[in-house]
Ligand binder design. Structure first.
Ligand code: GLU
Length: 449
């Protein structure tokens, strides 16, 4: 970790002491704190209001038992979470992650990031995150439904259109949100559309929400390039992951004239010099719930599947980590630099390790952090909430234009903030400072709560 402003050292030490065994949460806090030196100097009122101390303490943390019955009749057990991090700007807002790696540290880091990401969108949404250590992989639809129903039976006590509005994340997509919404509706006897986002189009969802995180990521990169008088046309890109974010990043990159030559999953990566065939990838991942290895097997010919290894060895001009936290480390960064990468923009949440970020920046790579780059997903969730509140539904083109506009706005605001605080062109500092100051100013206005 680089050195912190002296006023933040004891606050950070306290975070480590009060949140033991939570490395991801500590890492997310450290990353934000490293950007705050100019903020501390410029805003003595934050210290007086113990703003930073309050920002790192979630407003509420809920951990609960989730029992469910598998297809063989056996009783199974998982642990559920919802961390309601900060409601200064609006109802808690953030996704649910179902993955075996989920624990309190993961959910707290995600909720902390979400708070500033949501602030950056300029929409009236606070920050929260939830999930469970449930693995949907290999489960039948009926098992997923019973799990979701049990999970929502507890979660329903804590959420609501004006309180907390969950959505999807890793392992939670249209299928899971359907079961979750159905159970909420049944338990409450209310058709409260605005309680969840990412809903299906036929039952209160918004067009473009499914595509939004991936599309928004590419819109952000497009802005980065335009600032240097360039476009995506002809650019060679690699995208890690093959889930929702990765697939729609690939789609938009191709629409804008780039070629995405590689994507991955936890088993390895595929290289397709002709450009990833999105239709086939979606068929395999979404409908067959298969692996990228199946993509290579099906395509044959020149398409390679590399078991294990790191996708960062594939030469590219732009790399978009869109899989999961800490997937791009110093070794990955070194490989990217060696083959001439120019831009790394995070489609996932905290996919680059602190060492990876430092290496990329030292290597002269333009680096943009997830809380700015991937904010299009949650921003479109806020657009879904707007449509639900007004009982309206917007066209695809109109909604996509709103998303593109929001991404341009975030990009410009990040760079303007970086300029104002004396760290020009620093996307990391600009995003952290813009997010933190917006929440902090509102917290001061609302008093000691
Ligand atoms: N899970 C997404 C994120 O990391 C979306 C959250 C939402 O739409 O509420 O931002």
């Amino acid at each position: 970790m680089t050195t912190l402003h002296s006023a933040l050292v004891s606050v950070y030490d306290e975070v480590v002491e009060r949140n033991p065994g939570e490395p991801e949460f500590q890492q997310a806090v450290a990353e934000v704190f490293e950007s705050l030196a100019p903020v501390v100097d410029k805003h003595p009122e934050y210290a007086d209001g113990a703003i930073v101390q309050r920002l790192v303490e979630p407003e509420r943390q809920i951990i609960f038992r989730v029992p469910w019955v598998d297809d063989a009749g056996g009783v199974r057990l998982n642990r559920g979470f919802r961390v309601q991090f900060n409601s200064t700007l609006g109802p808690y807002k953030g996704g649910l992650r179902f993955h075996p790696s989920v624990n309190l540290s993961i959910i707290k880091f995600l909720g902390f990031e979400q708070t500033f990401k949501n602030a950056l969108t300029g929409m009236p949404i606070g920050g929260g995150k939830g999930g469970a250590d449930f693995d949907p992989k290999g489960k039948s639809d009926a098992e997923v439904m019973r799990f979701c129903q049990s999970y929502m039976t507890e979660l329903s006590r804590h959420i609501g259109e004006y309180t907390d509005v969950p959505a999807g994340d890793i392992g939670v997509g249209g299928r899971e949100l359907g079961y979750l919404f159905g159970q909420y509706k049944r338990l409450t006897n209310r058709y409260e559309s605005g309680v969840l986002t990412g809903k299906g189009i036929g039952w209160g969802g918004s067009l473009v929400r499914t595509e939004a995180t991936g599309y928004g990521t590419v819109f952000f990169v497009d802005e980065m390039l335009r600032r240097h008088g360039e476009t995506l046309e002809g650019k060679r890109i690699i995208v890690s992951g093959s889930g929702n974010v990765a697939r729609y990043a690939i789609e938009k990159a191709h629409q804008l004239g780039a070629t995405v030559v590689a994507c991955s999953d936890s088993g390895g990566y595929v290289v397709d010099e002709a450009g990833i065939d999105l239709e086939l990838l979606t068929e395999i991942k979404e409908r067959r719930r298969g692996r990228v290895a199946d993509y290579a097997a099906e395509k044959g010919g020149a398409v390679r599947h590399i078991v294990g290894g790191q996708i960062w060895d594939v030469p590219c001009a732009i790399a978009l980590p869109c899989a999961t936290q800490n997937e791009l480390d110093e070794r990955g960064a070194a490989a990217l630099i060696r083959t001439g990468v120019r831009i790394v923009a995070e489609g996932a949440n905290m996919p680059t390790t602190p060492g990876g970020i430092a290496a990329l920046r030292a290597g002269g790579v333009l680096f943009a952090p997830g809380k700015a780059v991937n904010a299009g997903g949650v921003a479109t969730s806020a657009l879904e909430m707007q449509q639900n509140a007004s009982r309206d539904s917007w066209s695809f083109d109109y909604t996509e234009e709103r998303l593109a506009d929001i991404m341009r706005g975030i990009h410009d605001r990040v760079l303007e903030t970086a300029d104002t605080y004396g760290v020009p062109d620093d996307y990391v500092a600009g995003a952290n400072i813009a997010g933190v100051t917006q929440v902090a100013d509102a917290m001061l206005a609302l008093g000691v709560i």
